[in-house]
Write a protein that binds this ligand. Sequence first.
Ligand code: PRP
Length: 183
Amino acid sequence: MKLDDVRADLSAVLFTEEHIETRIGELAAQIDQDYADKSPLLVGILNGAVMVMADLSRALSIHCEMDWMAISSYGSGVASSGVVRILKDMNTSIVDRHVLIVEDIVDTGLTLSYLIENLKSRNPASIEVCAGFRKPEAVRNHVSVKYLGFDIPSDFVVGYGLDYAGRYRNLRGLGILSPKVYS
Ligand code: PRP
């Protein structure tokens, strides 16, 4: 789905497909350098991370492996409690592995903070994070994202893996959803 297909639903376009592709390419080049000879294990967090994972992994020149986790936040849908329930764990042992968590967005950063602590207890060689987008609250909470696509405003955004009510994940760019769609 292209931005033009749902342009009427968006109050603004933040990044086009080409813009995102360029940035993901830059992150991949950095990861190529940092993980030369390390064959990292990319751990994608379902569902949102599928697009970043697909594009980032294919932009790498080094070998990598991929695995997936599905998690769900406890608490109301409005505010994250920061305690996550693992719905699907990885199939791979991460002992002595170089783990790179792949996320679509870091919003409050609570999910990621919990996840990093959980994975650290499994004795990996290293853990870093790659995220497509980061909202201001995560910046305020000092959540460490080594490989970041873009800082974005705190608006309700959709596209590139990010959904509203399950839709718009397949939108190729990133846009701010118009309030008329959800109000
Ligand atoms: C999103 C995103 C992160 C989390 C970030 O997942 O993929 O996992 O929220 O939020 P936080 O920084 O405030 O903790 P979501 O629960 O929407 O599931 P989804 O990926 O399946 O859409």
